[in-house]
Design a protein around this ligand. Structure first.
Ligand code: AMP
Ligand code: MG
Length: 403
């Protein structure tokens, strides 16, 4: 039996690209950029006023106060008709271009406003007697955020709401993103019934299909095929044949040692090359992993819902991230807010949520891997490492983000 880090390495050796595609910006959320994106012009594109106020020549301010005649108003989207001469000012609005001759913008609150002239209020500094007006006060200088041509977003960037906002600013109506793998979900089990069907006393509803589908959708992907097989090697074998050209097959149930656990034998006789079977973790131990003749990956996951989720986080997610050129979600060390007993010699994973100031990890209730609540509300999957004994409060534990 291998440890989960070794399993991850084996999975990551199978990294391959699914190609690129161009999508409208409206569909970019959650997708991964396939190449770098550069600034199309300077940002800000002009010296921009960051306040509603008055644009003035620095050299006219003398001892820091004085009277100025207002020669017009510059609104956002407009520009000044001419440069300022001595003793003149423009009323200027937030977002408007500041004329080149103006060295600063003084806030409305700091002047006495009259019909066509203003007086700068004397607001003495603590020590010096006069307020020292600084060059470029309340002005965002052209190019101070980004220079034209400067690389802004790299390959492998995941499109978050902020990224999409930035891409819109940069004029990217279409974005080239990594293609998502063609995914199949196969669930198994005689006791498992589809949502919407009558569920008998000894039956359970198929939650794994929905769990896995949401995990893929949550990463901007989709599922090309989702089907269910009874605990019948013939039926399962036929289903596996149908998905052999897919990039990723997530199959749940039937991977352990029960009499109805046919998955490993069916996968091997379908010509799928086994990479490993079983990892020294809890939950999620019986996982089977292999690679199809076309290069697609097959993950035979335990049927217990939480085990399925753990395996997605530890194996499937990093594989997708690696294939898409992303930085692989790394674990972070966080302090445990409770004491935890070691129950097995395995790497134990448990769900936690970070709460409080300073933040500590709190327990999320989970009654074993079959708990249908799936630790919802947990922010991290924490590791109680095989080499550790009982963990006292405040122990640092490695935490993998849940999403
Ligand atoms: P197995 O891995 O097939 O031995 O299943 C382990 C446990 O997970 C059993 O209690 C199954 O009933 C349950 N299970 C298997 N498949 C699913 C599924 N698709 N949705 C929810 N629970 C499942
Ligand atoms: Mg089963």
């Amino acid at each position: 039996m291998i440890d989960y880090q070794t399993a991850r390495e084996i999975v990551l050796e199978q990294t391959r690209s699914f190609g690129h595609e161009t999508v409208p910006l409206s569909d970019a959320m959650g997708r991964v950029l396939a190449g770098p994106v550069a600034a199309d012009r300077d940002y800000p594109p002009f010296n921009r006023s960051t306040m509603d106020g008055y644009a003035l020549r620095l050299e006219d301010l003398g001892n820091g106060s004085g009277d100025f005649s207002v020669i017009g108003t510059v609104y956002a989207g407009n520009s000044a008709k001419r440069e300022l001469a001595r003793g003149e000012t423009y009323r200027i609005m937030t977002g408007a271009p500041v004329p080149k001759s103006a060295g600063l913008v003084i806030r409305r609150e700091d002047v006495e406003e009259n019909a066509d002239w203003i007086r700068i209020k004397e607001i003495p500094d603590k020590g010096s007697g006069h307020r020292s007006w600084k060059p470029f006060l309340n002005i965002a200088i052209q190019g101070e955020d980004l220079r034209a041509g400067q690389m802004v977003l790299g390959r492998g960037t995941v499109c978050t709401p902020s990224t999409v906002g930035l891409l819109a600013t940069l004029g990217q109506q279409q974005v080239t993103v990594e293609k998502f793998p063609k995914v199949a979900i196969i669930t198994t089990g005689d006791e498992v019934v589809e949502l919407g069907s009558v569920v008998g006393a000894s039956q359970i509803r198929n939650s794994n299909r929905w769990l896995l589908q949401s995990l893929f959708k949550g990463r901007g992907g989709d599922v090309a095929l989702a089907d269910h097989a009874r605990d019948d090697p013939g039926q399962l074998g036929e289903m596996v044949e149908r998905v052999k050209e897919f990039d990723l097959v997530a199959l749940t149930g039937g991977v352990s040692a029960g009499d109805a656990d046919h998955t490993p034998a069916v996968l091997e006789s379908a010509g799928i090359k086994k990479l490993f079977h079983k990892m020294a973790i809890r939950p999620g131990k019986p996982t089977w992993c292999g690679v199809m003749p076309g290069g697609g990956m097959v993950f035979g996951l335990p049927g217990n819902p939480f085990s399925c989720l753990v395996n997605f986080i530890l194996l499937i997610r990093p594989w997708i991230e690696s294939c898409q050129g992303q930085v692989i979600s790394a674990p972070i060390g966080l302090p445990l807010g409770f004491a935890k007993k070691k129950l097995t010699p395995l790497d134990e994973f448990f769900p936690v949520v970070l709460r409080g100031t300073p933040g500590t990890l709190q327990q999320v209730p989970l009654n074993g891997s079959g708990d249908i609540r799936l630790a919802s509300g947990a922010g991290y999957l924490a590791l109680h490492a095989a080499g550790n004994g009982d963990l006292p409060v405040d122990s640092q534990v490695l935490c993998y983000p849940m999403d």
